[in-house]
Design a protein around this ligand. Structure first.
Ligand SMILES: C[S@@+](CC[C@H](N)C(=O)[O-])C[C@H]1O[C@@H](n2cnc3c(N)ncnc32)[C@H](O)[C@@H]1O
Length: 290
């Protein structure tokens, strides 16, 4: 189900982060809470630092992006995870995680906690000239699918497949409250829960909340930063819940899922944009009785 063979170390090739940056909690090591997110999470600052293609760097093999994109491609196109609806939880200002999924789902519902991130995504959906440029990322995915030249069609397909961009909060029992959606065939989430949760009990509970959006027999797919304490948004440090892979596995099982695969890719962020030791790609399936 997941791609094997990603054993080498990589590093993201984004801008160097100057020394002396400060932590967006109140103190070094403190959790970055919701209000700080609202006031200080700059969508373009995040994208510029973390998206190797968009920032003009050709460093796709480094930093795990090839690992993520190729695993998503495999899950949705080769292993046949498909269905009517996919919900992406905590999409941020990003669309990279949906480029393969749009070939396998009739509709995608993007969700995000912050208004500024939902607006940034809407800019791309509406082809606003100020939208972030995902072209190189889209071309890379098209190449995986067999024809790099079809990138404009792919962009159009994704724009048509994303039917809604909703507000979500993974700390709520129903993350989409006050909306109540039909449970979906698949829920995807990339680098969200470890950013949103202040401790392990909150993480386990958030996983149950997100898992409740999956229908029995459906899939939960997530990309998770492992053993990470911070990531950069522009020039500012945001906290990340330190997660061992075993803790993630236990939380997924506790939420009523069986693990189909859990692949890891070691990373080494030499320029300080984050301090994760590896990135995990996990596919789980909800028990029918759950
Ligand atoms: C590291 S970013 C990842 C964004 C995107 N999924 C990606 O892969 O680029 C973390 C995201 O979690 C979101 N987030 C923070 N607190 C949240 C909460 N309580 N509920 C849902 N999302 C939250 C942030 O707004 C941000 O978009």
């Amino acid at each position: 189900m997941c791609l094997k063979g990603y054993k080498s170390k990589g590093c993201l090739g984004a801008q160097g982060i100057p020394a002396g940056t400060w932590f967006r909690g109140n103190m070094e090591g403190e959790f970055t809470g919701k209000e700080v997110y609202r006031q200080h999470f700059d969508p373009k600052g995040y994208l510029k630092v973390h998206m190797p293609f968009g920032s003009g760097s050709p460093a796709v093999r480094e930093g795990g992006f090839a690992f993520i994109l190729e695993n998503l491609h495999k899950a949705f196109l080769l292993d046949g995870i498909q269905g009517e609806t996919l919900i992406d939880i905590g999409s941020g200002p990003s669309i990279y995680q949906l480029l393969s999924a749009c070939e396998s789902f009739q509709e995608i519902i993007a969700t995000e906690f912050l208004e500024q991130n939902r607006e940034e995504m809407q800019k791309w959906l509406k082809k606003d000239p100020e939208a972030f440029d995902w072209t190189l990322m889209v071309k890379y995915i098209c190449q995986l699918e067999g024809d790099r030249e079809k990138w404009m069609e792919k962009e159009e397909k994704l724009r048509k497949t994303i039917k809604q961009v909703l507000k979500c909060d993974v700390t709520q029992a129903n993350p989409l409250d006050p909306l109540v959606l039909q449970p979906a065939s698949c829920v995807l989430t990339t680098f969200c829960l470890e950013s949103a949760c202040k401790d392990l009990p909150t993480y386990r509970s958030a996983l149950k909340n997100v898992g409740s959006l999956v229908k029995p027999g459906g899939h939960l797919i997530f990309v998770v930063a492992l053993r990470e304490t911070y990531y950069m948004v522009g020039q500012e440090k945001f906290s990340c819940l330190y997660l061992e892979p075993e803790v993630v596995e236990e939380a997924v099982k506790e939420a009523g899922f069986g693990i189909v695969c859990f692949e890891r890719f070691e990373v080494n962020f030499t320029r300080g944009i984050a301090d994760a030791q590896s990135i995990g790609f996990l596919v789980a399936q909800k028990h029918n009785e759950a």
